[in-house]
Design a protein around this ligand. Structure first.
Ligand SMILES: [Zn+2]
Length: 577
């Protein structure tokens, strides 16, 4: 789609300035409805100053200004991944490496065992081997204790499903945790069992709490500086995909402290931080309110759980799973009465409440609690969030609209299409209901839930546009949205979800100069090729925080770039070409 070029230049309010940097000859998708496209913009002190045509913006050029010629490359606002779980990332040889078992590594049970064996060989006896991201559909079933016992019986092993909601442990862990066939399923969780009732090592949802005793003290200790580096490695990966903001969907005081250290160590990504509900009383006692922090790290919400997993097929449904008669998922542990009470307290204290909920029956409970709180204490613009909100129906959407709820939907058909197919066509037509929600005027925000699906906005946007799985199957084609709508969900709407739409999310004078340079315009490639568009550079506050090693964009003259530690090579190649 060719956008109408903005003719009148837009300036930040006090227009007397010397432009620090001028970007020209770009195809700017601004996501600002007052000027949807532009050729050029200027920024200074980390904020956009002006947006317009090349001629208009070049008029602002002062002798000291840097001019960047984009040679026609596409620029979009920095992507905002509204809900992630950053994981420390280490090289495979590192003693701190957690074994990645995703589709590219563990297609078969033998491959999964082999990956874990490599780690076992460099892990001391009694120390934990930790793997994550396995795909039960690809493997044909969930791994179990007997598979993991082939890796080791002298080291505790725990691996986690791609959804993060199901774990598998070996016999060592079950024994150390004292889990036997007499151990009952806890509320909100389940142990899979052999025919005689012996737990087979597959641990669902809240049942993971039973493992604590078996795993306590077995983790390989990571030195503090390496912990920080592990997170920086993760955020660099996000940045390389064009992400400039994320929402950390649940954390503790110690993980918040870690995020402060990561920020101070040069995190190239802004973090909105949601505290787990458990810490609400402490936040209240400390006098901390939503919005506390700065543009790099801000406390945004309280994260709750009321429901289970979509891709783990534990979400609680009003109609049985299509391929599993009589199975409705696992009901949430918390009663409606308790949920009402909990929401009321957080709402009355002024917090934004972000609740993980997937099944229609869970979402119904969440909306009921929201309505309960709003009726008792009406207040404007509280922007409740439902995280994932996967299985919707029209009446739930009507209520979400009325209750002022932001829906933070998935778009991960590439990774999970084959699993989601089991929800059946009727539910797929209302799963991650972007089209219906946008048409109704319900705010939506894109997210990856990384590492549940890849923190790769262009892949996620492609999924929103095509609704296609890996093999081309389309899931719920009625919920397709346009490229521009998808980009908006990944930028401005993500900012809206944290009350930050006035400071970021579009190329607008006065906003933070966070932007991404794309090799191609996502509107001008085949929808199935959006994921292949290269991110050429990522800028946060006008500083280039990521660039491809190859020189693909000419920068004249080159501004000083601070890459922090570790990326000097990329920096060098950019300069030397
Ligand atoms: Zn999550």
């Amino acid at each position: 789609m060719i956008k109408k070029l903005c003719l009148s230049i837009l300036l930040a309010s006090n227009a007397a300035f010397a432009a620090e940097t001028i970007v020209i000859n770009a195809n700017v998708i601004t996501i600002d409805p007052s000027h949807p496209s532009a050729q050029a913009f200027a920024y200074e002190n980390g904020r956009f100053l002006a947006v317009g045509s090349d001629a208009e913006i070049l008029k602002l050029k002062t002798p000291g200004a840097t001019v960047i010629d984009m040679h026609g490359a596409t620029v979009v606002p920095g992507f905002n991944d509204a809900h992630v779980h950053p994981q420390q990332i280490y090289d495979e040889g590192s003693p701190y490496y957690r074994v990645w078992l995703g589709a590219d590594r563990a297609k078969t049970m033998d491959q999964l065992i082999a990956e874990l064996k490599k780690k076992a060989a460099i892990t001391p006896p009694g120390k934990m081997i930790n793997g994550y991201g396995y795909d039960d559909v690809l493997l044909g079933r969930h791994p179990n204790r007997y598979d993991l016992d082939k890796v080791s019986t002298t080291q505790p092993i725990i691996i986690t499903h791609g959804s993060g909601h199901i774990s598998v442990v070996n016999s060592y862990v079950l024994n150390a945790a004292g889990i036997t066939k007499d151990t009952p399923n806890p509320p909100g969780g389940a142990l899979d069992r052999d025919a005689d009732g012996t737990p087979n090592g597959v641990i669902r949802e809240s049942a993971r709490g039973l493992l604590q005793k078996g795993l306590h003290g077995t983790e390989v200790e990571i030195p503090h500086d390496q912990e920080i580096q592990g997170y920086i490695n993760c955020f660099r990966q996000y940045s390389a995909k064009g992400i400039t903001s994320v929402g950390v969907a649940g954390g503790t005081p110690s993980s918040f402290q870690m995020m402060q250290e990561v920020r101070d160590a040069g995190n190239p990504v802004r973090v909105g931080f949601m505290f787990y509900e458990k810490w609400f009383p402490q936040l209240q006692a400390a006098g901390i309110q939503r919005g506390f922090g700065d543009d790099l790290l801000r406390v945004t919400a309280i994260k709750n759980f009321q429901g289970n997993s979509l891709s783990g097929r534990t979400a609680w449904l009003s109609e049985a799973y299509s391929d599993h008669p009589g199975y409705f998922g696992i009901p949430p542990a918390r009663s409606q009465e308790q949920l009402d009470k909990d929401f009321q307290e957080m709402w009355d204290a002024g917090w934004q409440v972000a609740t993980h909920s997937n099944g229609d029956r869970e979402i119904d409970m969440v909306l009921t609690a929201i309505e309960h709180a709003e009726a008792k204490n009406p207040r404007p613009d509280m922007r409740w969030r439902i995280e994932h909100a996967s299985i919707m129906n029209q009446s739930l959407l009507d209520r979400a609209k009325k209750d002022g709820v932001i829906l933070v939907f998935h778009s991960y058909f590439t990774e999970y299409g084959d699993i989601l197919a089991s929800y059946g066509p009727q539910r797929l037509a209302m799963m991650h209901a972007y089209r219906t929600a946008i048409d109704m005027g319900i705010p939506v925000a894109g997210h990856s839930d990384s590492p549940v699906s890849a923190a790769d906005p262009l892949l996620r946007i492609q999924n929103m546009v095509t609704r296609q799985g890996k093999d081309g199957t389309v899931y719920g084609s009625n919920q397709k949205i346009s490229v521009d709508e998808a980009i908006k969900a990944w930028t401005l709407d993500g900012a809206y979800a944290t009350f930050e739409e006035k400071i970021k999310g579009s190329v607008t004078p006065g906003k933070l100069a966070d932007f991404v340079v794309l090799e191609k315009d996502p509107n001008k490639v085949a929808p199935a090729d959006i994921k292949d568009i290269k991110v050429e550079a990522t800028y946060m506050s006008g500083n280039k925080v990521y660039t491809t090693p190859e020189k693909t964009v000419a920068l004249v003259p080159l501004p000083p770039v601070d890459y922090g530690d570790g990326d000097e090579e990329a920096n060098e190649s950019q300069y030397n070409h």
